[in-house]
Design a protein around this ligand. Structure first.
Ligand code: F6R
Length: 241
């Protein structure tokens, strides 16, 4: 694991965007694994700025997102689909048929897991997977548990995650209780992983991810097993390293 320490959120965003941009320039038909949440917003803004300047081209890129809430449609402003449209997809020349997320509205969750895994497999996995880190060490929606889930699966969100995510909803009661997520096996299949972390409240989780035991109670610790992980963390998040 390689740690790059950034001064602050803005610097973290630029450094992480530089790594994604390098990937896109070196391999213009890259498959990018993408994340939602507060962390990547600055990264997407930076990529959009470089696209607008003519430095980046998304026309041959394909994207697959880590996760999506079950029960939310793409039109729902709280869905991850909507988030991605707002922050990236509608702002760059990524063809509509080349971005993928789990379908939160599929009534058959087993079929949806199979369908989404099939898409990722047919693309040959991701070239670069962008990840954020939960306060509890989760990656995607792989929550602390007694075992690792390998493939795309449906999860019940922990109270801690519902609490952390309620800022995007009218109240905690409105946060969906279930979500689809890539499993840790899917995430580890990425050729390269970029973990972006910002803020003092993530410092403990980042310490556990980097130097704690590899265990499903800290799902991000599994990244220690991957041969090519770059962590871009701001000074606050890396304070305990
Ligand atoms: C989002 C995702 C989550 C977030 C994590 C951190 O697609 O998979 O694992 O990356 O919850 O969220 P923020 O960035 O909002 O602190």
């Amino acid at each position: 694991m390689e740690l790059i320490v950034a001064k602050n959120y803005f610097d973290m965003s630029r450094k992480a965007a530089n790594i994604i941009s390098a990937q896109m320039i070196l391999k213009p038909d890259s498959v990018l694994g993408l994340a939602t949440g507060s962390t990547p917003v600055g990264i997407y803004d930076q990529l959009v700025e470089w696209y607008q300047k003519g430095d980046l081209d998304f026309s041959r890129i394909t994207t697959v997102n880590l996760d999506e809430y079950r029960g939310l449609s793409p039109e729902n402003e709280q869905s991850y689909h909507y988030f991605m449209m707002q922050h990236l997809f509608s702002r760059v020349n990524l063809p509509a048929e080349k971005h993928f997320l789990p379908d939160g509205m599929n009534p058959d969750s087993d079929a949806e897991c199979r369908r989404y895994k099939g898409i990722i497999d047919s693309l040959g996995g991701t070239d670069l997977q962008l990840l954020g880190l939960g306060h509890n060490g989760h990656i995607g929606f792989n929550e602390p548990s007694d075992s690792f889930a390998r493939d795309v699966h449906l999860v019940s969100l922990t109270e801690q995650t519902i609490e952390a995510n309620k800022r995007f909803f009218a109240s905690a009661d409105d946060v969906p209780r279930q979500a689809y997520t890539m499993g840790v096996g899917t995430i580890l299949q990425a050729k390269k992983i970029l973990l972006a972390v910002s803020g003092a409240e993530k410092a403990k989780a980042l310490q556990q991810v980097m130097s704690g035991p590899i265990c499903p109670q800290v799902p991000g610790s599994v990244l220690q097993l991957h041969p090519d992980v770059i962590i871009v963390a701001d000074e606050a998040a890396s304070a305990l390293i």
